[in-house]
Design a binder for this molecule. Structure first.
Ligand SMILES: [Cu+2]
Length: 170
């Protein structure tokens, strides 16, 4: 009888430990609060034969200290780079941003057509309109943020761009 209750106690301990373990891992993936918020994450649909596409979003730092975006990854792509468009002698040029993007406290950084954008290489699945892909954003001093990207058509993206341009020039 005594042995049996000891056994039960051990089982209870073990179940408790399992439970704690699983809630903590779930928490790390889904609910750890980051001060960084990602909005309007979209990825442009890929045409057959394409090797890369672009992603757009808005990053907001709700925290009281600055944070730096150090890398972006996704299981749907082999590699993601941060690019920017710059005007050079009236020519639009695209180049990789090699330094980390700094987001100052209570500020947003827009990744929008004509500015910063995500350049996504080596799709591992068909990146077509209507699907969502998970994208992970890694920061120097914040938990990583996983966001769902909606894949939209080039036409939809142009419409969105026009709307954004309107709201930017107020
Ligand atoms: Cu690019």
């Amino acid at each position: 009888m005594k042995l049996q209750s000891l056994f039960t106690a051990l089982i209870m301990l073990w179940l408790n430990a399992l439970c704690l373990f699983s809630t903590s891992t779930h928490g790390a993936q889904a609910t750890v609060e980051s001060v960084v918020d990602i909005q309007q994450l979209i990825v442009r649909e890929m045409l057959p034969g394409g090797s890369s596409t672009a992603g757009y979003l808005t990053l907001t730092n709700h925290g009281d200290s600055k944070t730096q975006l150090v890398s972006v990854t996704s299981e749907a792509f082999e590699r993601i780079e941060i690019h920017e468009h710059t005007m050079n002698d009236g020519m639009m040029k695209m180049q990789q941003v090699t330094k980390d993007i700094v987001i100052t406290p209570h500020q947003s950084v827009n990744f929008t057509s004509g500015g910063y954008h995500l350049m996504m290489f080596g799709p591992k699945l068909k990146i077509k309109k209507g699907i969502t892909v998970k994208v992970t954003f890694n920061f120097n001093n914040q938990p990583s943020v996983v966001a769902d990207a909606s894949v939209i058509s080039v036409l939809d993206q142009q419409k969105q761009k026009q709307q954004q341009n309107h709201s930017h020039h107020h």
